[in-house]
Design a protein around this ligand. Structure first.
Ligand code: CU
Length: 164
């Protein structure tokens, strides 16, 4: 190999080496941007604590039920959901459209160990409570569910009505 072609090889290695950290940085940047700017979903948007107009307490149990399993809000309302796990196993509350939750539940069924964390969900350890602040700025009929594999299939879901 001539010294010239060696140099070409080395510059390629250097380029690849440079490209990697740049990409990683971009990813980090996007993630932090995502955290700062709430993402509008078809079922609402992450709410601010200072904007909370109402509190709703929900409890989750090992008989795969939410209590209450139904509530309604007015469009535009920011609600603080206080979610308690009254059972002896992990439960979670995820809100969404019925279609989005079905799709997500299917993912959880196929990849049961998949970790997921979004503004519209709360994982609640046994005996604890978690808070989820959500602004229901889209009218319609939405759903809440525990997507842990087996729980969703056992009927651990409910209904959220957002009146316009
Ligand atoms: Cu559950």
């Amino acid at each position: 190999m001539s010294s010239r072609s060696l140099r070409v090889v080395w510059s390629c290695v250097a380029l690849v080496g440079l490209a990697q950290p740049a990409f990683a940085h971009e990813e980090t940047h996007q993630t932090s941007q995502h955290a700062m700017h709430a993402e509008q979903t078809p079922w609402g948007i992450a709410g601010a604590s200072r904007a909370v107009q109402r509190e709703i307490r929900l409890s989750m149990s090992d008989d795969m039920r939410f209590s209450p399993d139904r509530f309604s809000v007015k469009r535009g309302e920011t609600v603080r959901l206080i979610i308690t796990n009254a059972g002896a196993q992990l439960h979670e509350l995820v809100i969404g459209t019925p279609a989005a939750l079905n799709e997500h539940a299917e993912m959880m069924r196929r990849f049961p160990t998949m970790e997921h964390a979004e503004a519209h969900m709360a994982h609640v350890p046994v005996g604890q409570s978690r808070v989820l602040v959500w602004r229901f700025n889209r009218a319609g009929q939405f759903a809440l569910a525990c997507l842990i594999n087996g729980h969703f299939q056992a009927g651990m879901r409910g209904t959220i009505e957002v009146k316009s």
